[in-house]
Design a protein around this ligand. Structure first.
Ligand SMILES: [Zn+2]
Length: 63
């Protein structure tokens, strides 16, 4: 039937993460899940900031 593994390697710390009773799967713990989430949020924030900076017409003023 299903041969899904009961454990997987945590993407953050590479430790074995258990699927059973683990709401943070495939991470080993909520701590690693939050670390990964903040990493993605940080990258998204930087990209958004970069785009905003480039579209600001700050040096187009003639005065
Ligand atoms: Zn982990």
């Amino acid at each position: 039937m299903s041969d899904k593994p009961k454990t997987s390697s945590c993407p953050m710390c590479k430790k074995p993460a258990e699927r059973a009773g683990n709401p943070s799967f495939p991470f080993c713990s909520s701590r690693c899940r939050h670390l990964d989430l903040s990493k993605w949020l940080d990258e998204d924030y930087r990209v958004t900031t970069n785009i905003t900076d480039r579209s600001l017409p700050s040096e187009e003023e003639d005065e």
